[in-house]
Design a protein around this ligand. Structure first.
Ligand code: ZN
Length: 315
């Protein structure tokens, strides 16, 4: 972490709602509402926020304002790492120019998904990572960080099962190409806790310090169980989305990403310090409810409230 002292945190929660959540919605959240929401999330103590995706606005009109959102978020939050998803070198140039502290590049382990989503083979994306690493090394001033997420690592809606050795080999290729860290994403919500333990154990064994965090979707309700399984084998960074925004087109009633509020509650209740304030997170959720009045907001903790006698990990 370059702009914040996270040394006191046990588990890093990275908020991906403004990217993963909003890009799933048919409607576009107005830029001013995005900015208010991101500021409120930062105020709640989220150490890292993925604020958008530097893709073609033709492909994802919901993300057309990402460059402005990055610049505003960098200037109006303090101590929060602002990151953007980039699919290629062109996207990384945009993110760096806007001032992003960090970029995350998706590499799909499924060839069919990679072709459909990015129009590239996994090997093509590895070449893009190499080019992005070269660009950041020559970037003036503070060097942005480069993270990779292996998507469809736990299964693919098009290909079904994905070979686990291939997933880990691909992660090693991404690390060798210059990524600072490589995490695993359950893009399709197909993972289970036993699989999570196997894959992250292998990732940590092969990548060591470059083994990154987990990105789980709650499509089949396995999200928090998968988090606990990952914690058990040493994973300390998780993506989540406030209100599980975005839902899942294949599973009506299911949230999209795991819900930030539920994740933070679980971690703090387990004695793992996140630095995040659940009351302030509720303030951020209100902004979301006001700006997206027709969207379903998920989460058990926001519905039930904090239990009597609840104590944060450090209190
Ligand atoms: Zn996702």
């Amino acid at each position: 972490m370059q702009s914040q002292d996270n040394s006191g945190i046990d588990v890093l929660v990275s908020e991906v709602g403004p990217r993963d959540g909003l890009q799933m919605l048919a409607r576009t959240m107005p830029t001013h509402a995005k900015l208010r929401w991101i500021e409120a999330l930062a105020h709640a103590g989220l150490p890292e926020i993925e604020v958008g995706s530097c893709v073609s606005p033709k492909r994802l009109p919901q993300m057309a304002d990402t460059d402005d959102v990055i610049a505003h978020a960098v200037n109006n939050t303090q101590g929060t790492v602002i990151l953007a998803l980039v699919p290629n070198l062109r996207g990384a140039e945009r993110a760096f120019a806007a001032g992003a502290h960090k970029v995350t590049i998706p590499v799909s382990a499924s060839r069919a998904h990679s072709q459909a989503n990015l129009g590239m083979t996994p090997e093509d994306v590895i070449a893009q990572i190499r080019a992005i690493d070269a660009l950041r090394r020559s970037w003036p001033g503070t060097k942005p960080r480069v993270e990779v997420g292996i998507s469809t690592a736990f299964g693919c809606t098009m290909e079904g099962r994905i070979d686990e050795d291939w997933v880990i080999r691909l992660a090693s290729m991404a690390a060798e190409a210059g990524a600072d860290s490589v995490g695993l994403s359950d893009t399709t919500g197909m993972g289970n806790p036993a699989q999570v333990k196997r894959l992250f154990t292998a990732l940590i064994r092969d990548l060591g310090m470059k083994a990154g965090g987990a990105h789980f979707h709650n499509t089949r309700g396995q999200g928090l169980a998968n988090v606990v399984a990952a914690i058990d084998v040493g994973v300390t960074a998780f993506d989540s989305s406030q209100a599980g925004l975005g839902g899942c087109p294949y599973a009506p009633g299911a949230s999209g990403n795991i819900v930030t509020e539920d994740l933070v509650f679980m971690l703090e209740a387990m004695g793992l310090h996140t630095g995040i304030d659940l009351d302030k997170l509720a303030d951020a959720r209100r902004i979301l409810a006001e700006s997206l009045p027709d969207e379903t907001l998920y989460g058990h903790v926001p519905e039930a409230g904090l239990p009597v006698g609840f104590l944060y990990a450090r209190s």
